[in-house]
Design a protein around this ligand. Structure first.
Ligand SMILES: Cc1cc2nc3c(=O)[nH]c(=O)nc-3n(C[C@H](O)[C@H](O)[C@H](O)COP(=O)(O)OP(=O)(O)OC[C@H]3O[C@@H](n4cnc5c(N)ncnc54)[C@H](O)[C@@H]3O)c2cc1C
Length: 510
């Protein structure tokens, strides 16, 4: 693994937790400490759950408040909220955290796995022959040069990726480049009078953002206007001027600040031979929907089980589905983020007035309050169920629901009660025919029944009917879930379930 930012360290943990031997190197000897990611979603928490890191993370995360867009005059233009409980994956749909803290927890978590070695301070300086990769590494402290010939390489080495450049892969430029100042403040106490929601101030005089972080952290992000100099804007006196509508120096401490240019970019290719790209190395987007790291971590969940499959002798062709599934999805997500970014970053007062009028009309028509997760499409390509007529199986490519279940040891999250790998889940007290069980066993697919109430016979009983309701909304009695917890497909009856298993068999063998 090249790069131990949040994406590289998650992939190291995921692979090592499956018993795979992994070495992770990073050119830097310390974790990057300037302000970056502050929001993540429940799918990412579920990935951290699968590597056993969520208890250690508990102290570093907090509730994510609703986000509002406000006009220059303070009028509400749009609002993003979380869905109500029961949460579809048991975790709150959005959470706040501090990126360096998260990375520290994930590096600590990595020490649990005997097959994983982390080497901070080791820089990749040459990558040759991607079909059978040879890496040259330099120890930053001693200057010692060593080489490696691993089975696979994943470049998680950030936006300026050396791995991507070595493979001569360029970024497709999706045309968004905006410089911003990011300021993290520690407020005196949690009662400092400040807004109680996150806010995008869509002011054409200077678009800016306010985010409530964990504990006493409050973040402001200010657009750097045409003609301004980033270093000048990032001086302490200037920062206090920008903050003066909210804070005086006796009410808060300036913790850290940085300037960035936000881009919208996606790599043309995500794989060459046995070398892959993940995270910022293959996609970058402005942070207006807090998706950069989130999507990078989702890359790792997608890639890790496919690498494990190949390393255990499975077809390497499955690895092509990584780019086939993730690249088009990322392109769409970047376009959505960019569209919202354009709304926020409007500097022309006339266009801003027209935008405000349009958004206020949408609010009045009841269309202005949205659930953030509903903005994002499912996986539509790659290894997902299509059924006989070729259209996507209902629910395919979405995260599978994770209900709370009552098990022998008390209340538990469903994933923690299931084996790793493919799982075929039936809701309720249903007889699964022996032929179907045999077909699943041959493919290594575990079959489980989840009761909707204690009166039904099944080893596990779900709370709240989350899975049963999700299945019935899809017109299904069963769901085939992939090792990354994404839905392969749903089945309306036993024949459909057999069809799904047949489809999976041919997909894995292809
Ligand atoms: C202001 C701001 C706010 C953000 N907010 C959010 C948010 O709320 N939510 C969200 O999901 N995302 C957010 N992001 C995006 C998020 O920070 C990035 O997407 C994330 O850090 C990418 O992680 P990564 O591991 O891919 O890359 P990085 O974190 O950049 O890590 C790359 C690593 O590779 C190492 N490396 C580089 N070259 C080499 C080499 N040659 N050899 C060895 N190692 C090398 C580097 O030292 C580094 O440690 C934000 C970004 C910014 C700037």
């Amino acid at each position: 693994m090249v790069g131990l930012g949040p994406v590289g360290i998650t992939l190291c943990n995921l692979l090592a937790s499956q018993g795979i031997r992994v070495e992770g190197v990073d050119a830097a000897s310390e974790i990057y400490s300037l302000p970056r990611a502050i929001g993540m979603d429940h799918e990412v928490m579920r990935i951290f759950q699968s590597i056993g890191a969520t208890d250690a993370l508990a102290g570093a995360i907090g509730d994510y408040r609703p986000s509002e867009y406000r006009s220059e005059q303070g009028i509400l233009l749009r609002r993003f909220e979380s869905p109500p409980e029961p949460y579809p994956l048991t975790w709150p749909p959005y959470l706040t955290f501090l990126q360096p803290e998260l990375e520290r927890v994930l590096r600590q978590n990595a020490t649990k796995f005997p097959t994983l070695t982390l080497r901070p301070g080791l820089e990749l300086i040459e990558l040759k022959n991607p079909d059978e990769p040879i890496l040259t590494l330099r120890d930053k402290a001693t200057g010692e040069i060593t080489t490696r010939a691993p089975s696979f390489v994943v470049g998680c080495d950030g936006g300026n990726s050396f791995v991507r450049r070595s493979l001569d892969i360029s970024f497709e430029d999706l045309d968004f480049h905006e410089p911003w100042l990011v300021v993290d403040m520690i407020v005196e106490d949690e009662h400092t009078p400040l807004p109680q929601t996150n806010i995008q101030f869509c002011s054409p005089a200077r678009p800016h953002t306010y985010v409530i972080g964990p504990g006493r952290l409050r973040r402001w992000e200010f657009m750097i206007l045409p003609g301004e100099n980033a270093d000048e804007v990032n001086r302490e006196t200037r920062i206090w001027e920008l903050l003066s509508p909210w804070l005086r120096p006796d009410r808060a401490r300036l913790w850290r600040s940085a300037t960035y240019t936000f881009h919208a970019l996606v790599a043309e290719k995500w794989r060459t031979g046995r070398v892959f790209l993940a995270g910022d190395a293959c996609h970058m987007m402005p942070p207006f929907l807090a998706q950069g790291m989130v999507q990078g971590v989702k890359d790792t969940a997608n890639l890790s089980w496919k690498l494990a499959h190949a390393l255990r002798g499975g077809s390497e062709r499955l690895l092509d589905t990584y780019e086939a599934e993730r690249r088009p999805l990322l392109r769409e997500i970047i376009e959505i983020t960019k569209r919202l970014g354009r709304v926020i970053c409007e500097l022309d007062p006339e266009k801003a007035r027209a935008r405000d009028a349009e958004l206020i009309a949408a609010m009045e028509a009841g269309q202005g309050v949205q659930i953030r997760q509903n903005l994002f499409p499912p996986i539509r390509h790659g290894l997902i169920g299509r059924g006989v007529n070729g259209s996507l199986s209902p629910g395919a490519g979405e995260p599978s629901p994770q209900p709370w279940v009552a098990g022998p040891g008390g209340r538990t999250r469903l994933d923690d009660m299931l084996p790793r790998g493919f799982v075929l889940l039936f809701a309720g007290d249903i007889d699964v025919p022996p032929a179907l069980l045999g077909q699943a066993r041959e493919l290594g697919v575990a079959v489980h029944r989840i009761a909707r109430s204690p009166s039904e016979r099944a080893p596990l009983t779900e709370e709240d009917g989350l899975l049963a309701n999700w299945l019935s909304a899809k017109g299904a009695c069963a769901v085939l879930v992939r090792p990354d917890h994404m839905v392969f497909g749903t089945a309306g009856d036993m024949r459909d379930a057999e069809g799904l298993l047949r489809e999976l068999r041919s997909g894995l063998a292809a």
